[in-house]
Design a protein around this ligand. Structure first.
Ligand SMILES: *[C@@H]1O[C@H](CO)[C@@H](O)[C@H](O)[C@H]1NC(C)=O
Ligand SMILES: *[C@@H]1O[C@H](CO)[C@@H](O)[C@H](O)[C@H]1NC(C)=O
Ligand SMILES: *[C@@H]1O[C@H](CO)[C@@H](O)[C@H](O)[C@H]1NC(C)=O
Ligand SMILES: *[C@@H]1O[C@H](CO)[C@@H](O)[C@H](O)[C@H]1NC(C)=O
Length: 441
């Protein structure tokens, strides 16, 4: 699929209003136009149905880091419901990852940094230290017990996919999943079952959450179309079969787009050749979440099975392009940022804020209407921001420097290497599910 056009949206600050909103958009546009390339350009050579090679080996559950950890000890109990995992720092951890690029068979090629020859391994030896408490390490058996007889769905863009693939690798250290369903170009809809637990995990490609048409050669569009008052039915129509759903979107909202509401054009983003009004994407992002969470609430309520449900929103994950996306050294860091070393960019902060606010509003409403639905933010923006070292960079492709350093080399400074920092998101997700189950039982 080398023909996917790159749409180089050159920065043209002079021809645009200098409002912060627009600057933020342009700042991020160039590299993000490539997300589609990242997602679709790498052929998956084999179906992902291969057995996991590391099956029985880790039969003893891993030691929770609350027991292994040094330093900051439990001023609050480690599973205190009040623990805020969103703020903290990365600290060295000699234990290293629970899986690797050869032990886990479900890692997408573009994120298998080890197998692709990434030479440094230091980025694997960090753990997230929240300010007020300890984050227990991932325990695959406990996680599987938590989702026993249930269905956990991930809905969103390639970041949702990145997170689900991390989770599958973490869980396969206990028992291998079976891929029971796949559909769509590059298997963008997939479902796995962990038979020992009758636990189902799935991923749905819905990069806007709301109804949309993606720009592509196939659709003949050079911009996206978003219908902000309608959910993407690819997830919404299956909601009644989900017990827990994790929404994870963001970067696709930065692309050129035309927005519709009530079948009327609301405005557009980065559409100089049309006559629509530029409205940026922040308000659009907010409306998309309003629609999504409203639909999630209302359809859950009307579902006949009146069991408790959990809705999680993984917050925006910042990119770390320091140079040009197609040059050597686009995201060259080998260590996390230290505290205070990196301020959150305006755009990253704003995207996160919108998600956190919309989750809070929807959670309040859900609680007021009876409390069978729990809505929470998995607030990873800060911990992600602090990990410029965790991206595949040039190792999105195998051995990119086999013939020396060439003039052009594509870099992925958006997604996360597996194993890598994104594994921590699933440690937090485990605690969220645990707390929710404890509350509701
Ligand atoms: C996968 O599992 C099946 C059945 O458990 C077995 O017959 C087959 O040899 C395994 N394949 C590999 C590559 O391990
Ligand atoms: C990957 O993990 C397996 C199983 O734990 C181990 O045998 C192997 O040596 C590891 N490979 C690397 C490159 O660390
Ligand atoms: C197995 O899990 C599904 C949800 O994924 C659930 O509907 C079904 O009832 C479960 N089966 C049993 C026997 O609990
Ligand atoms: C934009 O408006 C101008 C003037 O009304 C018109 O000539 C042109 O065709 C319009 N362009 C589009 C893409 O609608």
């Amino acid at each position: 699929m080398g023909t996917i056009h790159h749409h180089h949206h050159h920065h043209q600050p002079s021809s645009f209003p200098t409002k912060k909103l627009i600057t933020g958009a342009l700042y991020a546009l160039l590299p993000l136009a490539l997300l589609r390339v990242y997602l679709f350009s790498i052929p998956l050579n084999q179906p992902e149905l291969t057995n996991n090679t590391q099956t029985q080996e880790t039969s003893s559950p891993s030691i929770p880091s609350s027991q292994a950890a040094e330093g900051v000890e439990q001023r609050h109990s480690p599973r205190s419901p009040r623990c805020d995992y969103s703020d903290g720092r990365w600290v060295p951890d000699s234990r290293g990852p629970r899986y690797n690029g050869t032990s886990c068979s479900t890692i997408k090629d573009g994120q298998n940094c080890m197998a692709h020859g990434r030479p440094d391994a230091g980025y694997l030896y960090w753990r997230w230290q929240p300010n007020q408490c300890q984050l227990p390490g991932f325990d695959p058996v406990s996680f599987l017990q938590l989702i026993q007889n249930e269905h956990l769905a991930f809905v969103g863009d390639s970041m949702a996919r990145n997170q689900v693939e991390s989770l599958l690798c973490l869980l396969s250290t206990a028992t291998p999943p079976e891929l029971v369903h796949r559909d769509g170009q590059e298997n963008i809809f997939r479902r796995w079952v962990f038979h020992d637990y009758n636990a189902t995990i799935s991923v749905f490609w819905c990069p806007f959450l709301v109804k949309g048409i993606e720009k592509s050669a196939a659709s003949g569009l050079n911009h996206n179309k978003l219908y902000l008052d309608s959910p993407d039915e690819r997830w919404a129509s299956e909601l009644d079969q989900m017990d827990m759903v994790v929404f994870s979107v963001g970067h696709w909202f930065l692309h050129p787009a035309i927005y519709y509401e009530n079948e009327l054009v609301l405005g557009c983003h980065h559409c100089p050749e049309s006559n629509h009004t530029e409205i940026g994407f922040f308000d659009v992002f907010r409306r998309a979440f309003k629609t999504t969470l409203k639909v999630a609430s209302s359809r859950y309520w009307s579902s006949p099975a009146s069991s408790e449900k959990l809705v999680v929103v993984t917050t925006f994950s910042p990119a770390h392009f320091e140079g040009e996306w197609d040059k050597f050294g686009a995201c060259p860091k080998k260590e996390p940022y230290k505290e205070g070393e990196k301020e959150m960019e305006y755009m990253d902060a704003e995207m996160r804020k919108i998600e956190v606010e919309e989750v809070a509003a929807a959670a309040k409403e859900a609680a007021e209407s009876g409390g069978r639905l729990r809505i929470e933010a998995l607030d990873v923006t800060k911990q992600a921001l602090l990990r410029p070292d965790g991206h595949p960079g040039p190792y999105m492709y195998p051995n990119p420097f086999a013939d020396g350093i060439k003039g052009k080399v594509q870099n992925d400074c958006v997604h996360w290497c597996l194993p890598g920092p994104i594994d921590t998101w699933n440690e937090i997700l485990m605690e969220m599910i645990r707390r929710w189950k404890e509350k509701s039982s």
